[in-house]
Design a protein around this ligand. Sequence first.
Ligand code: PLP
Length: 442
Amino acid sequence: MTKITQVNGKEITGVGQEIQKNYEAFKGKGLKLDLTRGKPSAAQLDLSAELLALPGSGDFVAEGGVDCRNYGGLQGLTEARRLFSGIMGAPPEQVVVANNSSLALMHDTIVYALLAGTCDGARRWFTQGATQAASQGPAQGSHEGGIAFLCPVPGYDRHFTICKEYGIRMIPVAMKEDGPDIDAVERLAAQDDAIKGMWCVPKYSNPTGTVYSDAVVERLAAMKTAAPDFRLYWDNAYCVHHLTDERVEIANVLELSAKHGHPHRPLVFASTSKITLPGAGLAMFAASKENVKWLLARLTARTIGPDKVNQLRHVRFLKNEAGILQLMDKHRALIAPKFQKVLDIFGQKLARVPNVSWTRPKGGYFISLDVPKGCAQRVIALAKEAGVELTPAGAAYPYGKDPDDRTIRIAPTFPGLAEVAQAAEGVAACVLVAAAEKAGKV
Ligand SMILES: Cc1ncc(COP(=O)(O)O)c(C=O)c1O
């Protein structure tokens, strides 16, 4: 019984008691479940077991006679850049294949821009935005810089951690059905030259599953920005991570930005973390020729070259883009039922609860659950008490603060199907308790 909408008079106590009873029963099971981080399950990792046996002994030679065991090859193997060229939306010469983490590449490109400036900027970011900063008080953790990034919310917590770490002011922008609130983005980017960048997860966003419409991508590519060296941090982490038959495609931000006269604006990132092995995969970067030259110049000071043995084994394992898509179909077969299970349970238990809604993503790794205002922390605390670990409330917002305390990120990929079902039941029970408490019915 979840009819907390229809409660009046004497019924209040009855419904509240039933909700509480269900919650106590769930808690009584003494389960230990975890819906926190978006990690692949062991069964998913097993799909790439063969990778670890490659490239095999005796054949370490890549195209052009490159001995992958040795130093060099800063931009990545030619065949690896070709392999990911379609996914990255850029010709191989504009692709860099690096080591195991795209987040590290995002972090490093921000630090390079702070310390060394961009390929088209007059000054390094670290020394800019001081006027803005002075009027707004010191940016957290920074000494003098006052630059800012636009942050669609809810978003990816680790993007926000990079900004926090380097004192980059975060300006939240609402996420809508078709991408970030583009009117707000255009207005903000045009008026403040301290705004140097924007976080974008354009396909199957973390955590909302949002896919940016072609119109939004084009407006991001075309908009006027007060900062001449404004960058779109285009984190296409879920580019091939479909959950349905529909392989959703998005507009090519590099081509559109070039068309509108801003070729250096997008920095495109992706990785094989959730294609092969997170931690032992490959990270990719694509951008204008000048941006690639700029990155390679910075990398020259940092390293003699990436792990080409891992690049070679990925090329031999994945073969081509069709090979990547086939592997992703196998991932989908393992994880789509888990998403469906959560959606079914939420549908059964929460459909008629006022101010509760959730996303039905066509891809990616998350479901975003919205509970009544002021209830997210309470739901998470109740879940913890009942043995279900959820991502902390506010994690998907800059500075960890969800102003409405209502968004909860659900990550169903890692646990087994039965555990996912139990956890979703538990979450639903907690939402009902919190909503009933809020409505004064418990
Ligand atoms: C949007 C997004 N970007 C980047 C990452 C991490 O990528 P990588 O493993 O390549 O560092 C994640 C992982 O959850 C993510 O959700």
